[in-house]
Design a protein around this ligand. Structure first.
Ligand code: SAM
Length: 263
């Protein structure tokens, strides 16, 4: 008697997307991701994931729309302002003694976090050289990040007005990072799950609202990789709904809410 193995159309779809554009959806929490994908497919008129995959192969615009939906690029300037207060008042002065602060915005989306980091840390410790690297898996958001905006008013609501006016140029479209702010801020494509990590290369790493979409094993592996990228005494700041599962195991010590220090 043979057993009938049900074909999992979601797994087949993920394999197809990985072949098509290199995005490995199987690394993300299945429930959330599957719901998002099926809703998007239905919205575009496909009840069958095989048909939807065929369409993604045929139509680059449809693929763009799909990637927009699944990679979730929502971001804003001064997002979670209490974390920026902690960075300005506490972490930046502690890191300033080396004369240079190297920051990594890991999963930077459109660059709001990278530019906020540059503005906040430069204001906090003006005589220190501040370099910011933003990385993201999605090359399309990196183009927006390199352009420095414009960030719509809705994406700038949490920003202190005076800092916004000093570091950004105002236009009808919103706020664009000015030339001075953009100096020392650069962006590169990288996959947090697979790209090689620069060991001990950063003083401050921000990885917020990115690994929340990963399954637990991959989330933990990314945190371990980020810990390796910090120099001893450097800090990892994660999003205010996240946690590092076992900080000690990866050489980190908790230093207040959502902040970890490299041992
Ligand atoms: C919600 S945004 C967070 C942006 C910013 N960190 C913030 O908190 O405002 C999540 C970003 O993570 C990126 N991302 C998702 N998977 C990734 C991966 N494997 N490697 C690098 N970036 C990834 C997405 O493309 C998206 O731009």
């Amino acid at each position: 008697m043979s057993t009938i193995v049900p074909v999992d159309d979601y797994v087949t779809f993920c394999e197809g997307v990985a072949r098509l554009c290199g995005l490995d959806l199987s690394r993300y929490k299945r429930n959330q991701m599957e719901r998002r994908i099926r809703t998007q497919a239905e919205r575009r008129g496909f009840t069958d994931l095989d048909d939807y995959l065929l369409q993604l192969r045929r139509d680059p615009q449809e693929l763009d729309r799909f990637l927009d939906r699944v990679t979730i690029n929502v971001s804003s300037l001064w997002r979670s302002p209490e974390q920026w207060t902690r960075i300005a008042d506490d972490l930046a002065p502690r890191l300033a003694t080396a004369g240079r602060i190297r920051i990594w915005s890991a999963g930077c989306s459109i660059g709001a976090e990278a530019y906020t980091a540059a503005a906040v840390v430069r204001d906090a410790v003006p005589n220190v050289r501040v370099e910011v690297l933003g990385t993201d898996i999605d090359r399309r958001v990196l183009d927006a990040a390199r352009a420095g905006g414009p960030f719509a008013d809705t994406a700038a609501q949490a920003a202190p007005r005076d800092a916004l006016e000093r570091h950004f140029d105002r236009s009808d479209e919103g706020w664009t990072a000015n030339a001075a702010l953009r100096r020392g801020v650069r962006f590169e494509p990288a996959d947090l799950l697979t790209s090689p990590v620069r060991r001990a290369a950063f003083d401050l790493i921000l990885c917020r609202n990115t690994v929340i979409y990963f399954n637990a094993a991959d989330r933990d592996a990314v945190h371990a990789r980020l810990a390796q990228a910090l120099r001893p005494g450097g800090y990892l700041v994660i999003g205010p709904t996240e946690r590092v599962a076992d900080p000690t195991a990866i050489g980190l010590t908790t230093d207040g809410p959502f902040v970890y220090r490299r041992d």
